[in-house]
Design a protein around this ligand. Structure first.
Ligand SMILES: C[S@@+](CC[C@H](N)C(=O)[O-])C[C@H]1O[C@@H](n2cnc3c(N)ncnc32)[C@H](O)[C@@H]1O
Length: 241
């Protein structure tokens, strides 16, 4: 997991100006939170909050939000309507329990045991009895199709994208792991890669065994897993009420 800080900090320096503005995606996430947890207001813990746009949208919908982010992506966050904690969610200590724990777009870093450590923290330390965890899971059916793809992204300064970048995606079908590699034009020797373990829903159920969480629903599941969405939302609830 030693690549995490470098990768998300560097990509944040490329994209932060463009992507630290709230979008329709944040509103969709808040709608999913309401769909699976009810309207609240809730005490919400958001893991891996990036630039904080979803945390801000969740707070604007009336929830009491604590957002944890390990990198300097937090420097792009502008809202002061939620509690922002710059820390590692494997180490951070947080007071009290939460009605909802979210991890939007980011789960799957490290080994299966690393995921289980995080899932056990969600179940045992953060989620209140009867609470719900909403976690985006990388969809292996789509990442596998992207194996070998290469993209050339031209700068769009008017939208805040100032860098000319290349992206190459590969997928290891034995370990069900996606490798997403980026580099700046003219700097092919300076590549950075995010490594994402993907889980089918069946594999996720195996991962969850013994963590104190079980899968109670999926948004974007069923045959939609064979469509183009690179992630699906797992709705997890504590096994002990
Ligand atoms: C793929 S990004 C997604 C960011 C945000 N959730 C979004 O959807 O825009 C994953 C984020 O999780 C953060 N992250 C990864 N591991 C973390 C850790 N151990 N503790 C806190 N944040 C972490 C990364 O720095 C990064 O900002």
């Amino acid at each position: 997991m030693d690549w995490v800080k470098g990768f998300y900090s560097r990509t944040g320096s490329w994209w932060g100006r463009a992507e630290s503005r709230g979008t329709e995606r944040d509103q969709r996430r808040v709608a999913l939170l309401h769909e699976y947890a009810g309207p609240g207001p809730h005490r919400v813990l958001e893991l891996g909050a990036g630039y904080g746009t979803t945390a801000a949208a969740t707070a604007a919908a009336g929830h009491d939000v604590t957002a944890v982010e390990i990198t300097d992506r937090v420097d792009f966050a502008t809202a002061d309507t939620y509690t922002l904690v710059r820390d590692d969610f494997y180490r951070v200590r947080l007071p009290g329990r939460f009605d909802v724990v979210t991890y939007w777009n980011g789960f799957g870093v490290g080994s299966d045991e690393d995921q289980r450590v995080l899932l056990r923290r969600i179940a045992g330390e953060w989620l209140r009895p009867g609470g719900v965890a909403l976690i985006d899971i990388c969809n292996p059916f789509v990442w596998a199709r992207w194996d070998g793809d290469e993209e050339h992204r031209l700068p769009r300064p008017e939208d805040g994208y100032e860098y000319e970048l290349f992206e190459r995606t590969t997928f290891d079908p034995e370990t069900c792991t996606a490798y997403d590699t980026w580099w700046e034009a003219g700097r092919p020797d300076d590549k950075i890669t995010q490594v994402l373990r993907c889980y089918t829903p069946a594999d996720l159920d195996l991962l969850l065994a013994g963590t104190g969480l079980r899968r109670s629903a999926i948004a974007g599941g069923g045959r939609a897993l064979l469509d183009d969405n690179h992630e699906y939302l797992a709705v997890l609830t504590p096994t002990v009420a």
